[in-house]
Design a protein around this ligand. Structure first.
Ligand code: A2P
Length: 297
């Protein structure tokens, strides 16, 4: 694995960037609850990241719950290492506005400090960043001829945006699947970009699972909450081609997004593995062979 830089900037010595773009990626009709933003931050000093890493952000001010400064939050990077404009001096983040219920006070729909701070930033605003963080959820150096399966829920799509662009820029010759779970059709993040990429590259298979508009047609085989369409259903529907991919002993599976998505996907993998007549569950084989990469939160 080539050298990956981590934590060049820490809380005591953050880098200051300037927001150059903050664009809503989802339809306005969903209001603040599906407010997902593509935020581009430009910096003057070096910030050497690669797709799959995260940027640390600290909202300014004091956390009223602790009476101490806010602590760092990590956000997945959504750009290639050279940034959306290719100039190598910016990083793009994909951020969803977060709300939570506070069981202690009974307050409902409390705005999350960091995500609301980021989503409200305007071009020209300055942001303190730490990181880059993480070095495990990245592409291997020898990705070029492998079969790779990416599965995402929600903003878990972010790392794949940068990875896919870098893969095709490097003449990727394997096959890659992108399974993307999202609640509504008009909330599919970066949909146009992925469609364009899939049109251009016949070895990219882009598959969406729209949970609140499409039903799961096979709930007896792949059960899902309220029979919703989830990524694992789409993966099962593609089981013949995925069997072929997993027959290659170097195929990789990446999962990114909601904690709990593994629990729905592993049984589907294991069904696929059984049809492949594997001696062990496929999820176990992938884990043991370090071909399963998971980033959930
Ligand atoms: P839903 O929320 O309809 O149950 P977001 O983070 O924007 O809410 O999107 C996450 C997507 O992943 C939604 O479509 C959500 O469906 C879906 N989802 C929720 N739980 C799981 C799970 N355990 N496995 C797969 N997909 C899930």
């Amino acid at each position: 694995m080539s050298e990956i830089v981590v934590n060049l900037y820490k809380q005591a010595n953050p880098i200051t960037g300037t927001v150059v773009e903050n664009k809503r990626l989802t339809s306005e009709r969903h209001g603040l609850d599906q407010d997902v933003r593509h935020i581009v931050i430009r910096y003057k000093d070096a910030y050497p990241y690669i797709p799959g890493q995260s940027a640390g952000i600290i909202p300014p001010g004091i956390d009223p719950r602790t009476n101490k400064p806010y602590i760092l939050r990590l956000y997945s990077i959504a750009s290639t290492r050279s940034g959306d404009d290719g100039k190598g001096d910016s990083v793009s983040l994909c951020v969803v506005r977060h709300f939570f219920d506070n069981p202690k006070t009974g307050e409902k729909h409390v705005p999350g400090a960091a995500s609301n701070y980021l989503c409200d930033l305007k071009p020209g605003d300055q942001v303190k960043m730490m990181g880059p963080a993480g070095k495990h959820f990245v592409l291997p150096d020898d990705f070029k001829a492998r079969d790779i399966i990416f599965a995402a829920t929600g903003t878990g799509i972010a790392p794949y945006r940068g990875m896919l662009k870098e893969m095709f820029d490097a003449s990727f010759s394997g096959r890659v699947w992108l399974y993307f779970g999202i609640p509504y059709k008009d909330a599919i993040l970066y949909d146009d970009e992925f469609k364009a990429l899939a049109n251009q590259h016949k070895n990219l298979f882009y598959v969406t699972a729209v949970s609140r508009e499409d039903m799961n047609p096979i709930p007896d085989v792949v059960p899902t909450r309220s029979n919703k369409m989830y990524v694992q259903v789409r993966m099962y529907q593609d089981k013949e081609i995925l069997k072929d991919a997993f027959t290659k002993r170097n195929a990789l599976l990446y999962l990114c997004g909601l904690k709990g998505m593994e629990e729905g996907i592993f049984p589907v993998l294991d069904m696929i593995g059984k049809e492949m007549k594997l001696e062990k569950p496929l999820s176990q084989v992938l884990k043991e062979e370090k071909r399963l990469l998971v980033e959930v939160y």
